[in-house]
Write a protein that binds this ligand. Structure first.
Ligand SMILES: [Zn+2]
Length: 341
């Protein structure tokens, strides 16, 4: 944890040394630790000699401790706002408080406050807990001094207060076992119900393991691409390209197909629109995953989970060749029509 000193001077100690030399006394700090991949250290400091407060912030992802002065931002806080921050922080009644969530990977916020005799820590994962309402004002006041681009952190940190946390949880890794996890609490009941219907009626048309993830196509008023990806042993990312910003019925349908081992490989096609190099001739060149043809376009999938329709006829000739098909040669038969054209 951040505030425990070790043998080696941490980057925080070095920043502190630098600031102490300039007359700063730490009054409060906020550390966003691996929050959406960012590591941002913010301080509210008192400069006794001048009787003023300053906000200091450092983006530790872009930090060079040999040139601290170039990587640290320091801003004077107006008297009115300083007094306001001191006032709201002094009112906070909580003792050391921790609200850690094992389902969350990264996204930790560590607040250290020296406003009362004893320093106090408030540590939470991703969202400020509803019962810590008193921290809203000081956080909002301090963030008002940070660059505009950092407002996104505040929106996410406060998401429990406007009920938008599902939107933020979705698209991030979650602790879940794709094959056996029995807690399905991330899914809404309606998504489970509708997803089961999609699966039962055979709408999961493709499912294949590609590198460390599963890609699936679920047909529901058009195709949807679903990605189920292991991040490490415990965490997974589940994502669908539909408009829903939560774990949707398509993801649930794909999960059911995976658990029932209903694999169905994508077609593999090769682009033959240009002269091949010798290497490409020998190695089969690059190939694409595909899942069908619509309106003279072949539906291609990249291994990182995006799909895009591409014209089959280019410069008057068919530019795709099937290198792996299903047992009925479905794609080859369809593509044959374009070769005659
Ligand atoms: Zn979806």
């Amino acid at each position: 944890m951040l505030f425990k000193g070790g043998n080696n001077k941490s980057v925080f100690d070095k920043i502190d040394d630098y600031l102490v030399k300039r007359g700063h006394e730490l009054v409060m700090s906020i550390y966003l630790s691996n929050y959406n991949g960012n590591n941002i250290y913010v301080r509210f400091d008192y400069i006794r000699k001048l009787a003023v407060y300053k906000i200091v912030w450092v983006d530790l992802n872009f930090f060079d401790e040999k040139h601290i002065e170039d990587f640290i931002s320091i801003q004077m806080v107006t008297k009115y706002l300083s007094l306001k921050i001191v006032e709201v922080m002094n009112k906070i009644e909580y003792d050391n408080s921790y609200s850690l969530d094992d389902d969350i990977m990264g996204d930790r916020v560590e607040i250290l406050s020296y406003f009362k005799e004893e320093p106090r820590e408030f540590i939470f994962d991703r969202f400020l807990p509803l019962e810590w309402e008193q921290l809203i004002d000081p956080l909002a006041l301090i963030f008002s001094y940070l660059p505009r681009s950092m407002e996104v952190f505040l929106q996410e940190i406060f998401a429990k207060f406007d009920g938008t946390e599902e939107k933020f949880n979705y698209t991030k890794p979650i602790k879940f076992d794709l094959l056996n996890g029995d807690s399905l609490k991330m899914f809404r009941a309606v998504s489970i119900e509708a997803g089961t219907r999609l699966y039962d009626s055979g709408k999961v048309t493709f499912l294949e393991k590609v590198d460390n993830k599963y890609l699936a196509i679920v047909e529901d008023n058009g195709p949807h691409l679903i990605l189920l990806q292991s991040i490490d042993n415990e965490y997974v990312l589940m994502w669908c390209d539909c408009k829903a910003s939560y774990y949707c019925k398509h993801i649930y349908a794909a999960l059911l197909a995976l658990r029932n081992k209903k694999f169905n490989s994508f077609y593999k096609v090769k682009y033959v629109g240009k002269e091949e190099t010798l290497l490409e001739k020998v190695t089969l060149g690059t190939f694409y995953y595909a899942f069908g043809i619509v309106d003279d376009k072949i539906l291609l999938v990249t291994s990182d989970g995006k799909w895009f329709p591409t014209q089959i006829i280019q410069n008057g000739k068919c530019v795709f060749e099937v290198i792996e098909d299903d047992d009925e040669c479905t794609l080859s038969k369809e593509l044959e029509k374009y070769k005659i054209k």
